[in-house]
Design a protein around this ligand. Structure first.
Ligand code: GAL
Length: 414
């Protein structure tokens, strides 16, 4: 009798085994810890949970993702990679080269990613013909965010149209007793400002020559010296407590009316929206003065790591949820970015989002779309980090314009 019962238990366990074997959970490593970022990520978590997939969160704070990338290295070296990792541009390709990323071609083919994801993103999401990452958005770095009430008080009626106008407006803001530019003194934030100043000073061709082709002539040119001179002009419009400040704290200074402007990618909009602020009424978004018609982009993608067979089904579900058109709309409305697919309508987006979608399409057609240096879409991390170092030391007054230019040439040939 007891034997019979035991047999029954064993049979039941064997029948249940395949279902138990499939791991219906994903572990996701990311750096989305600010209010706006977390709100956006919740859209994805919620959608997956509806499909019965458990989300194991692995946040590594630090804008721009440097700390997150260190954490990924440790996990992969230990032979225990997460299911998916938020990643930017060249970093994805670097991991693909190591042979540790999954092959998403089956999901991609089933869902037609080749047709719906723009080529500028596919260049990073595919390696040797294989989809290895799922793009969730397109951000761009050449934006300014402004507090409308502060501008009204100072008497600034229109967003500045040129770099010199921007500086003049900043000085007027300071005279009126406000902080002109809310800035966080971290290398990636200084590099984000630098993206815009290279564009406004040298134009698209110069940006490409210097930051994408790493042409020593462009890196060592008088135009580059002017770029550093202008970084110095921006520095004068920043308050004395900028050092080490997080980017979302700087956004908060514009939101609260302490400061007039923030030069930041459109993830800043996520903070304004999260604080229930309305574009056009409470805040303004405009392209960095003199970069109208140009877009320096970065795309957050979830690089999928090779995981055990029991985890592949959940990983595929995650990839498929990320590219879902409805999700791409809902997520990017909250995040401040624009969809990573060209077939998502702009209906649900606010004025800044609609402008972002339109600007991206137009720049892509006109050849004025470039990868952001600051956010890993112009060159590999080794060179990007060498540029960061020069830009930050210059911003902190450790080297002058001349020396910075010389060091950029050296950094570009690393
Ligand atoms: C960027 C990323 C954005 C945003 C920002 C600040 O690199 O693409 O999604 O998170 O960092 O954390």
């Amino acid at each position: 009798m007891i034997k019979k019962q035991l047999l029954g238990v064993l049979i039941a366990a064997a029948v249940a085994a395949p279902a138990l074997a499939a791991d219906q959970s994903v572990e996701v490593l990311h750096w989305w810890t600010s209010g706006g970022e977390a709100a956006a990520l919740n859209v994805l978590k919620g959608n997956l949970e509806k499909e019965g997939i458990k989300w194991n969160d692995m946040p590594v704070a630090g804008g721009g993702g440097e700390a997150a990338m260190t954490a990924v290295r440790a996990r992969v070296t230990a032979g225990n990679p997460p299911t998916a990792v938020q990643m930017l541009g060249f970093d994805i390709q670097d991991w693909a080269k190591q042979g540790v990323l999954a092959d998403l071609n089956a999901v991609a083919a089933r869902e037609g990613w080749d047709k719906s994801v723009p080529a500028a993103l596919q260049r990073f999401s595919k390696y040797n013909g294989k989809w290895i990452a799922a793009p969730v958005n397109v951000h761009s770095t050449n934006w300014v965010w402004a507090n409308k009430a502060v501008l009204d008080k100072v008497g600034i009626k229109n967003p500045p149209a040129s770099f010199d106008e921007f500086i003049a407006d900043g000085e007027a803001v300071q005279k009126a007793g406000f902080i002109a530019i809310a800035h966080g003194g971290q290398p990636w934030q200084e590099a984000t400002v630098f993206d815009s100043i290279v564009l406004t000073t040298g134009g698209i061709d110069f940006y490409k020559k210097a930051l994408v082709d790493l042409d020593p002539k462009a890196l060592g040119s008088p135009t580059m010296e002017k770029v550093f001179h202008r970084m110095g002009q921006i520095r004068k419009l920043v308050d004395k407590d900028f050092s080490g400040r997080d980017w979302n704290v700087a956004s908060g200074m514009v939101i609260s009316g302490k400061a007039a402007f923030q030069i930041m990618g459109d993830w800043a909009k996520g903070e304004f929206i999260n604080a229930k602020k309305v574009p056009g009424k409470d805040f303004l978004c405009f392209r960095f003065p003199g970069t109208q018609g140009m877009v320096s982009f970065n795309s957050d993608q979830f690089a999928m790591f090779k995981v055990g067979a029991d985890k592949v089904a959940a990983q595929d579900k995650l990839a498929s949820a990320i590219l879902d058109p409805g999700f791409q709309s809902a997520f990017n409305v909250v995040k401040g970015s624009v969809p990573a697919r060209t077939d998502v309508p702009d209906t649900a987006f606010d004025a800044c989002g609609k402008k972002g979608i339109k600007d991206l399409a137009e720049a892509s057609k006109a050849g004025t779309l470039v990868g952001s240096m600051a956010h890993g879409h112009a060159e590999p991390a080794s060179i990007k980090n060498a540029f960061y170092d020069v830009i930050t030391r210059h911003f902190n007054g450790q080297i002058d314009d001349r020396k910075a230019v010389q060091e950029m040439v050296a950094a570009g040939s690393n």
